[in-house]
Design a protein around this ligand. Structure first.
Ligand SMILES: Nc1ncnc2c1ncn2[C@@H]1O[C@H](COP(=O)(O)OP(=O)(O)O)[C@@H](O)[C@H]1O
Ligand SMILES: [Mg+2]
Length: 444
């Protein structure tokens, strides 16, 4: 019996949930969504009781799944696995969900949610106690151990079709990434990407800024996910980090060589300091430690880019103290624009406005009812870069590829590239650099 169903594009999340639920979990890979939601629903066997949708599914995909799954299984409990972003309210309002779970929630929290939801389904007559039972342990006959003879070993080693014993036991080669030391006289530029509210596009801008700058300074760019609670850079880049900012701040206190081991390399030529694996661990990173980390990274990297927590909390203020440039991101919503004006006023009053300021208005939309002049009047400063709303943004992050390399001609990609050029005029795109690449995880 498989009472639990997962539809997701994250192999990492799948294996986590598999560890918790064992054989009671059935999985349909999110890749089948390429063929439509019906293709996914058609692959679901039996009657699932609780379905987990996500992570790495977009709104349309999730909505399609919710509708089709509930049409077929009206009593199904529905959990969306997704970070708490500001646009989540729209999801919750419009979809018939039972719960939203962060992909970074601890096993304990996840199991508690499963427990609560299954009790609720049972008490409302939507499921029965036995639906959630552990499957009976299958009895296996213990196979006779095959005696290992010298002959067997020799055969294995001598047979060209087989990997040799040595090859099988050796760990895959670890790629070495050299940090080209900054030449004497070359200074490091550091950028804090900030926004008064969540969901404005900080992470999108930060990732693509890192990608663009890595074209001119390969492997000398580091992107720090300092959105300590809900950082999602590694999810948007389909990276699977073994170390996070928690290790990086500890390592920064030791030396640069140790710090290097806390970074995750991205194939487009930059490094990532991943966000904390859970909000609780994120809380352990102090603002002072974040400042020290940024300074340390500035010794080794030409460009340091820091994605931040929305608003001007302590950590973001400290980050701003340690950078040369601030990139302010807002969308066309009046609350965000007003919030940005307040941020300018506060930073100026505190003397914390970095030397260079770049104002990005993201998700611009002719239908917003505001002109760019209105926007400038509200924020009280000229806008430097306008990034149009584009579906290519979400597609690229679902694919785990930075937008400016995923869809070169997309208007939002072009606008973000103009931000890169504003910062580094030598980053003029060469054809060879920006050619769209097919990734190994991409469907043919
Ligand atoms: N220009 C854009 N057009 C369309 N969608 C966008 C654009 N910029 C960002 N988004 C989407 O908006 C959401 C929030 O963006 P994100 O970069 O994660 O914001 P933040 O880091 O400020 O919370 C994401 O789903 C992202 O794909
Ligand atoms: Mg973000």
């Amino acid at each position: 019996m498989t009472p639990f169903l997962l539809v997701s594009r994250s192999a990492e999340y799948e294996s986590r949930l598999r560890t918790m639920l064992g054989e009671r979990l059935a999985v349909v890979a999110g890749e089948f969504l390429t063929f439509g939601t019906a293709a996914v629903v058609g692959r679901v066997d039996g009657t699932p009781r609780i379905a987990f949708l996500g992570p790495v599914l977009n709104y349309e995909e999730t909505r399609g799944l919710v509708e089709e799954l509930t049409a077929k299984h009206p009593d199904l409990g529905l959990v969306v696995v997704r970070e708490q972003r500001s646009d989540l309210e729209d999801w919750v309002d419009e979809l018939a969900l039972h719960a939203v779970l962060s992909p970074n929630a601890s096993d304990e929290t996840t199991l508690e949610l499963i427990n609560r939801l299954s009790r609720w389904l049972i008490s409302n007559g939507k499921a029965e106690e036995r639906d959630f039972d552990e499957p009976p342990v299958r009895e296996f006959e213990t196979p006779e151990p095959i005696p290992a003879s010298d002959e067997d070993l020799l055969l294995l080693e001598g047979d060209e079709d087989h990997e040799t014993f040595d090859e099988l036991t050796q760990a895959p080669p670890v790629q070495e990434w050299a940090f080209p030391p900054l030449e004497a006289g070359v200074s490091s530029d550091a950028f804090a990407v900030v926004a008064p509210k969540g969901g404005q596009g900080k992470t999108t801008i930060a990732i693509n800024l890192a990608t663009g700058l890595a074209e001119i300074a390969p492997n000398s760019v580091v992107l720090v996910d300092a959105d300590l609670q809900f950082g999602d850079i590694t999810a948007a880049l389909a990276l699977d980090p073994t170390r996070t900012i928690v290790d990086a701040v500890a390592a920064a206190a030791v030396d640069e060589l140790v710090l290097k081991t806390a970074l995750t390399h991205h194939e487009d030529g930059f490094f990532v300091v991943a966000s904390a694996p859970s909000p609780e661990l994120g809380d352990q990173v102090s603002a002072v430690a974040l400042g020290t980390l940024i300074e340390r990274l500035r010794h080794s990297f030409r460009y340091v880019i820091v994605d931040t927590t929305p608003g001007l909390g302590e950590h973001t203020l400290v980050a701003l103290e340690h950078v040369t440039d601030a990139v302010f991101v807002t969308n066309m919503g009046v609350p965000g624009l007003r919030g940005m004006r307040k941020e300018f006023e506060l930073l100026t009053a505190l003397g914390l406005m970095p030397s260079n300021r770049h104002i990005v208005v993201n998700q611009t939309d002719k239908l917003s009812g505001l002109t760019m002049r209105d926007v400038e009047n509200i924020i009280g400063a000229p806008v430097d870069v306008e990034v149009p709303r584009s579906s290519a943004v979400l597609l690229s992050s679902n694919r785990g590829v930075p937008l400016i390399h995923d869809d070169v001609r997309d208007p939002a990609a072009k606008a973000i590239r103009s931000l890169v050029l504003r910062i580094a005029p030598e980053a003029f795109p060469k054809r060879s650099r920006i050619q769209r690449r097919r990734r190994s995880n991409e469907p043919e």
